[in-house]
Design a binder for this molecule. Structure first.
Ligand SMILES: [Zn+2]
Ligand SMILES: [Zn+2]
Ligand SMILES: [Zn+2]
Length: 112
């Protein structure tokens, strides 16, 4: 069975390298075992709700379900969560969006 098929069996297919990196280089995320069946921890950015702040887009940690806000938000809680607890993979939980991101490998993942 091809690697690609095995990955899609895990519910993850490697899609493409984020533009700006070397084209054609087969970069892979080696942290797929950090992906668990998680549920969003809150209905909005957990940390923004605590401090009464607002966010732009929501991202969910695939390791623990922590919901944080994107880098366009003033507090960037999703990225802060990675730096704090080293959970490498998050996905967008915006309606209709199924992409994810590994902070360590800097590759985009497809959770569709
Ligand atoms: Zn990775
Ligand atoms: Zn936030
Ligand atoms: Zn986490």
């Amino acid at each position: 069975m091809s690697v690609r098929k095995q990955l899609s069996r895990l519910g993850v297919a490697l899609v493409r390298i984020k533009s700006g990196l070397t084209e054609g280089a087969a970069m892979e995320c080696t942290h797929l075992d950090h992906i668990h069946k998680v549920k969003p921890s809150a209905n909005g950015c957990e940390d923004c709700l605590k401090i009464g702040s607002t966010w732009v887009h929501l991202r969910m940690c695939m390791e623990c379900g922590h919901v944080g806000c994107c880098d366009s938000s003033p507090n960037k809680h999703a990225t802060k969560h990675f730096h704090k607890v080293k959970h490498p993979i998050m996905r967008s939980i915006e309606p209709g969006e199924s992409w994810g991101w590994c902070y360590i490998d800097e590759v985009e993942l497809d959770f569709s």
